[in-house]
Design a protein around this ligand. Structure first.
Ligand SMILES: [Zn+2]
Length: 267
């Protein structure tokens, strides 16, 4: 399976320079997986309609995240620039459905969307003001074909669970990593050269995975604000630390990982 790393969003969160300097510039790392004639996206970043109308992200969210609205960063435009017809993206696997991960779903209206059932239900029927703010109905209004999974469908894998994805290559799995949201997952790929785990927002910067787990300035505080369940998120983070060295771990918003992978600054 061919794996490409795409940055499908760039944010300059307003308060980060003051409180969380590690998160002052934030990419939205997505994967484009190619196997034979099918293309699979892992997360989408922001969508083309978000670029033309940032209020789709919610007024508070758009202000706080402060995304750079550049249509060239959207997954749809990047897929086209790579020479593919975006309609070949037949499946999208979502770590979770926050606006910076699912904003591009309407750009691939015929794609099946694979997600943990709890996440789908929270996004479609939010139960709290916080969920109503983070999940944007406009990102799901096209009525995607949902493929929802329950954790009990999974099997134990290195202290975590992994769930095979229906109708997708056997080398792809959802790995429940709840905490950031109630149905947050990692996406595990056997690339042919080893295991790659896209951890979404289960961690923000690589330092959090180091022995002892000391988070950089402000990141621990940010976690407490950003995660729906901090205890669950921290227990999953502990399991991720056990994988370091054996599995390639990537996160959505780690600008340092981005720089080393792409060999250039974010902006
Ligand atoms: Zn995020």
């Amino acid at each position: 399976m061919k794996v490409r790393f795409l940055n499908c969003g760039l944010m300059h969160p307003r308060l980060a320079p003051l409180f969380v300097p590690h998160l002052d510039r934030v990419p939205c790392l997505c994967l484009l997986l190619e196997e034979e004639d099918r293309l699979v996206l892992v997360d989408t970043g922001f969508g083309t309609r978000d670029v033309s109308d940032p209020t789709r992200l919610g007024r508070f969210g758009a202000w706080l995240l402060n995304p750079r609205m550049d249509v060239r960063l959207t997954a749809r435009e990047q897929v086209k620039r790579l020479g593919y017809d975006p309609d070949r993206v037949c499946d999208i696997v979502c770590t979770h459905l926050d606006r910076d991960h699912a904003g591009g779903l309407p750009d691939f209206p015929s794609a099946s969307v694979h997600v943990l059932r709890e996440e789908m239900e929270a996004a479609l029927s939010p139960r709290s003001a916080r969920e109503r703010e983070r999940y944007r109905p406009c990102h799901f209004a096209h009525g995607p074909h949902w493929v929802a999974y329950d954790e009990r469908e999974g099997e134990e894998w290195r202290g975590l669970m992994r769930i095979p994805l229906r109708g997708l290559p056997e080398s792809l799995f959802l790995v429940p990593l709840q905490g950031h949201t109630c149905g947050h997952c990692g996406v595990l790929v056997e690339t042919g050269e080893g295991w790659l785990l896209h951890c979404g927002d289960a961690y923000y910067v690589m330092e959090e995975l180091r022995e002892g787990g000391k988070a950089p300035v402000g990141v621990a505080g940010f976690r407490a604000v950003a995660h729906m369940s901090l205890p669950r998120a921290l227990s999953r983070l502990e399991r991720l630390r056990d994988l370091v060295g054996d599995v390639t771990l990537v996160a959505s918003h780690d600008q340092f990982e981005y720089r080393s992978r792409f060999g250039r600054p974010l902006d």
